[in-house]
Design a protein around this ligand. Structure first.
Ligand code: E4P
Length: 214
């Protein structure tokens, strides 16, 4: 399972990379806005520290304008993947970008029907948002199950990035389903390592070690 880190913060990305847990990065306009630096500067810096795909989102809502934005972003690095919102104009843009060899990540996916369209358009990655579905009282992880089934039925090559992850259970449920990728905030990557019995065990071993015959 690949782990992407879901942030535009370079310090968080470096921490995740140092842990050896970062196979790629996803950003979005909200995450970029928190950084108080120009978009392209942030992306270039991320691309220097990460060995893997880096998603950068367009903000236009019309296909031709999305393609124009995408070409500028894709020219920054061959690691850049263009994030496109799941709207019909977006699907037109994905088809065009795929045809000219630019990778895409279809974002804001909330139904298997949307994921089917994204795969048909040729998306490299598709990002269903589980946390935001949970937030409105729906089962986000059921969507992942449905999408994986549809993609397996037809051997679609689009990789599923489980997004909007809020806790370690989301990551583990995604892993049990066999999702290709989870994009995870640093805090949740760190939580995955934690278990109270591990902490108690480490402490106990150190205490016993001090009592050994010297
Ligand atoms: C995915 O690519 C998005 O950046 C992200 O996972 C959205 O998460 P949120 O619902 O916590 O904003």
């Amino acid at each position: 399972m690949k782990f992407f880190i879901d942030t535009a913060n370079i310090d968080e990305i470096k921490k995740g990379v140092d842990m050896g847990m970062v196979d790629g990065v996803t950003t979005n306009p909200s995450l970029i806005a928190r950084e108080n630096k120009p978009f392209e500067e942030i992306l270039k810096e991320i691309c220097t520290v990460v060995d893997g795909p880096v998603s950068a989102e367009v903000v236009s809502l019309e296909a031709e304008a999305m393609v124009k934005e995408a070409k500028v972003l894709a020219a920054l690095s061959d690691k850049i993947v263009i994030k496109i919102p799941m709207i019909m104009e977006g699907m037109k843009a994905v088809k065009h970008l795929t045809a000219i060899g630019i990778k895409t990540n279809v974002t804001l996916v909330f139904s298997a029907a949307q994921a089917l369209l994204a795969a048909k358009a040729g998306a490299t990655f598709v990002s269903p948002f589980v946390g935001r579905l949970d937030d409105i009282g729906q089962h986000g992880m059921e969507l992942i199950n449905e999408i994986m089934t549809v993609y397996r039925n037809y051997d679609y090559l689009s990789e599923v990035i489980v997004a909007s992850i809020r806790n370690p259970l989301h990551v583990m449920d995604a892993a049990m389903i066999g999702a290709d990728i989870a994009t995870i905030p640093l805090k949740v990557i760190e939580q995955l390592a934690q278990h109270p019995l591990t902490s108690i065990g480490v402490e106990q071993f150190l205490t016993d070690w001090e009592k050994r015959t010297k």
